[in-house]
Design a binder for this molecule. Structure first.
Ligand code: PLP
Length: 409
């Protein structure tokens, strides 16, 4: 843990508080940028902004010359607010509205990731009407689906994302492209899941995509998505950046050679693995309570700042600040303050005895915490602080009660 003075930060900013270790963010970005490289084709690393989309984070991504994946106009709007280079933005989504697409084109978004046939038809019409050129890649459903520790190659044909290779819709899309004046087809995209530890799932997807490349004359752009796993608890064994990067590049280089195909560029779009482990959430413990079978420590946040445990039983690790090395002789459930029984952040975790007012820190909360936060029970969205070399910087103010009511008429 790098130089984070939690007690000081609590005094200065209050709790709950999202804290990011900037050096760790930078190390993670550099980890991909340094190793995801090839002499045979171009490479590009995109940050999947949905994992943590605030202006200061996007400024950092921009400073590192990385590209950006956005899945909504809200995320695109945030990127525009920090003058993110538009040519480095990929716009995803399975149900972009006509006005979403118009907004993206009018702002010269670099690449639109087209999800389905109807979207392509709509986009073709819009590019003609606005007289705008547009680069696209098509999101494929490759039938490779990864579930954290396992992956399956099936005809998982019913995903809401992407088009199945060889399907009628796919063939119709190729026809639309043939006749389109303004759409420039660049290649394919696939994203097989999240929090994946099995590199074979990625190489299987990549090999499928490379096989598809054979039927095209021009070298394509291939984007194999994100989803690289991180360490939440000791059950998780993430693969280091250099291994992930080199494995993917090597697989691709070998397959290209074997099949005598060329590609223009290989892209990855990690979100979680860039921000998760660099983030901490700091809470104050209020009351504690024993029930016949459980002991609870109650915190001043909960599912409103971290919905992942309630949403998909996500596991986290934690400590009581200043008591990290004390005997952990209580088996505790950390519960939030929302009116919802499922509002538990961590269940049955060994911790030392807590006093009211102690600080609790949860680790690896940098991804999908802030970005999935809510105002349920009219909780205020916590502040976000970046800390670098011992210096703290507020990057997002805590919401106020007036702001909470600002839009209500
Ligand atoms: C969510 C998502 C990502 C990032 O996934 P992580 O698990 O955060 O790395 C990348 N690409 C697409 C299309 C996504 O939907």
């Amino acid at each position: 843990m790098a130089n984070l003075d939690f007690k000081f930060l609590k005094e200065k900013y209050g709790t709950p508080l999202y804290i990011y270790d900037v050096n760790h963010l930078k190390k993670n970005m550099t980890g991909y940028l340094d190793y995801f490289k090839s002499n045979v084709f171009e490479t590009e690393v995109l940050f999947a902004s949905k994992a943590f989309c605030v202006k200061e984070m996007l400024r950092l991504v921009k400073a590192y010359n990385m590209s950006l994946d956005v899945v909504s106009i809200g995320e695109l709007y945030t990127a525009i607010a920090v003058d993110f280079p538009m040519d480095k933005i990929y716009f995803h989504g399975n149900n972009k509205s006509i006005s979403d697409l118009e907004f993206a084109l009018n702002n010269n978004v670099g690449t639109i990731v087209v999800d389905n046939l109807m979207e392509l038809v709509a986009l073709d019409e819009i590019t003609n009407r606005l007289n705008k050129k547009c680069n696209i890649i098509i999101r494929l459903n490759l039938g490779v689906e990864a579930h954290t520790h396992k992956f399956i190659v099936t005809a998982h044909v019913d995903s809401k994302f992407g088009v199945s290779y060889g399907s009628n819709d796919y063939n119709d899309m190729l026809d639309v492209l043939k006749n389109s004046k303004n759409i420039n087809f660049k290649g394919f995209h696939s994203h097989i899941g999240s929090q994946i530890f099995d590199l074979d799932a990625f190489t299987a997807a990549l090999e499928k995509m490379l096989g598809i490349c054979k039927s095209f004359d021009k070298p394509l752009v291939l984007n194999i998505g994100g989803g690289f796993g991180v360490h939440y608890t000791d059950e998780d064994k993430p693969i280091p950046f250099d291994v992930v990067s080199k494995t993917l590049v090597d697989t691709c280089e070998k397959a290209l050679k074997a099949n005598n195909v060329k590609i223009e560029k290989l892209c990855i779009e990690p979100g979680r693995s860039i921000v998760a482990e660099a983030g901490y959430t700091l809470y104050t413990i209020g009351f504690t309570k024993k029930t016949p079978n459980k002991e609870y420590y109650f915190i001043d946040g909960g599912m409103t700042d971290n919905i992942r445990p309630a949403l998909y039983q996500a596991k986290y690790d934690c400590d009581i600040v200043g008591k990290e090395n004390e005997l952990k002789n209580h088996i505790v459930t950390i519960a939030g303050k929302c009116c919802e029984s499922g509002d538990l952040i961590i269940e049955n975790h060994p911790l030392p005895e807590a006093k009211s007012g102690d600080l609790l820190v949860t680790y690896t909360t940098g991804a999908y915490g802030y970005s999935m936060s809510s105002n349920y029970n009219k909780a205020l969205t916590p502040a976000v602080v970046f800390v670098e070399d011992g210096k703290d910087k507020l990057v997002c103010r805590r919401q106020s009660y007036d702001e909470l009511l600002e839009r209500e008429i």
